[in-house]
Structure formats: C-alpha cells, structure tokens
Design a protein. Structure first.
Length: 255
C-alpha cells in the first residue's frame, strides 16, 4: 500500500494505540464455551449409558460416540458460524472506528477487505474441532480399555477412569473456546491488516502475573505476519496460541 495515498507519513504507527481495542470478545468466548460444554455434558451422558467393564459395553460406547460426532455436525456448523460472526463484527467495528480517524482511503479499503475466504476456513476448522470432542472421547475410551487389558488393570479401575470422560471433555471444551475465539480474532485482524498493506504488528501482553515467561519476552516486539514466532514449542501469532491472551497491535507503514 502506498502510505502517501492514505495521509500517513512514513513511520510506523500502532493501530490502535490502546490494546483494549483489539482485546478478544469475552462475551463470544463465554457463550462459545457454554455451548461446547453442553457437548461435553452429552458425552458424559453417553458414557454413563454403557457398562465399560464388558467388551460389548465399551464397543457400543465407542460406536455411540462416533454416531454422536456425525449427528452434531449441523449444530456444530451453526455454533461455529455464530462465534466467528460475532468476532468478525467486533473486529470490523474496531477497524471502522480506527480507520475513520485516518483518512477516507484507508477507511474504504478496510470496510471492503475480502475476509470471506478467511471466515470459511475458520468455519471448517471450528466444525472439525467441535466434532473432535466426541471422537476424542471415543478414542480415550478405546485407549484406556486397551491399556488396561495390556497392563492387567482391574476392570473396575478401567471403568472408573472411563467414567471421567465427560469431565475430561468439559476441560477440553473450555480450552477450545478460550483458544479459538482468540485465534479467530487474530486471523481476522491479520486478513484486514495485510489487505491494507500491513507487514506485521507489535506484540502486546495483558501485563499481569499470569502471562507466560515466553510471551512476556515478546512484549513490544515487532512480528511479521509471514513469520510467526515459536514459543514453548508452539508456533503462532499473538492471541492465536493455546490460552494466549496477548493481542497484535497492527502496524501500518514502515520506517
């Protein structure tokens, strides 16, 4: 993007100056988590409906969880689409408020940024993750059963651990909601930012005691969109890593 056409001078600027403007949509995260935990609750109900101490019991349980994963696809698509739409609306409004202060040309470019492909990709990924909850639960039942047989564990002990599957699924549902809302927000921010010529952003943390050391070291660093950092053996941008509350402060223009 030619920075002169937007009224910018040739120096880096953080857009917007306050990271609160690009903070994740907490309401969307909360609602997404509530919906995913309903899936986890149903998984628990399915597991409790069978006797895992018998071979027929865990085979039928596994089959029921597989069927459930297929049945929830339309629901998963609707829930994922709602979350992405809510985050996209907040992201667009934030950019609209910021760009309105920085020239008509930039405002128009951001307003009509083509993010449809990004939203479709995000939707497919979210549906896959939601369906993975019962599928992973089925895999957990299978692995616990095989491991118990191989190690000679008592059927009663295997059954007790299998019965915790709903609880395990609930924890994973919460993690998915927390991570994916942030990742969605970052992906949409990146799509709009790159469309108007941004090459990267300044990494910003929330600056509290829960910030991981590796993320704390990223505070204030410039990160290119095409070169996400690897932190704690995971690669991704600010806000797009598991349990990451950091945000990308978009930079437009260059020194």
């Amino acid at each position: 993007m030619n920075v002169h056409n937007t009224g910018f001078n040739k120096r880096r600027r953080d857009i917007p100056p306050l990271k609160a403007a690009f903070m994740r949509a907490r309401k969307a995260e909360t609602q997404f988590a509530i919906r995913l935990r309903k899936i986890a609750s149903h998984i628990g109900d399915i597991v409790r409906g069978f006797d895992p101490s018998t071979s027929d019991g865990w085979i039928q349980m596994h089959a029921a969880l597989d069927r459930y994963a297929q049945l929830i696809e339309p629901w998963a698509r609707a829930v994922a689409n709602r979350m992405i739409t809510e985050v996209a609306a907040r992201d667009k409004q934030t950019w609209r408020e910021v760009s309105a202060q920085m020239g008509r040309a930039l405002h128009q470019e951001i307003e009509y940024a083509p993010i449809g492909a990004t939203m479709q990709q995000l939707l497919q990924e979210q549906v896959h993750l939601i369906k993975s909850l019962p599928l992973d639960a089925a895999q957990r039942v299978h692995e616990l059963t095989i491991e118990g047989i191989q190690q000679g564990t008592r059927a009663k002990d295997i059954a007790a651990e299998i019965m915790r599957t709903g609880e395990v699924s609930k924890s994973r549902a919460t993690l998915i909601a927390r991570t994916e809302v942030g990742r969605t927000a970052t992906a949409l921010t990146q799509a709009r930012a790159q469309f108007v010529g941004s090459e990267g952003y300044t990494w910003a943390t929330v600056r509290d005691s829960d910030v991981r050391p590796s993320h704390k070291k990223m505070e204030g660093k410039f990160v290119r969109w095409d070169n996400p950092p690897t932190l704690d053996n995971m690669t991704g941008h600010a806000g797009a890593l598991p349990n990451c509350r950091c945000v990308p402060l978009v930079v437009i223009g260059s020194d």
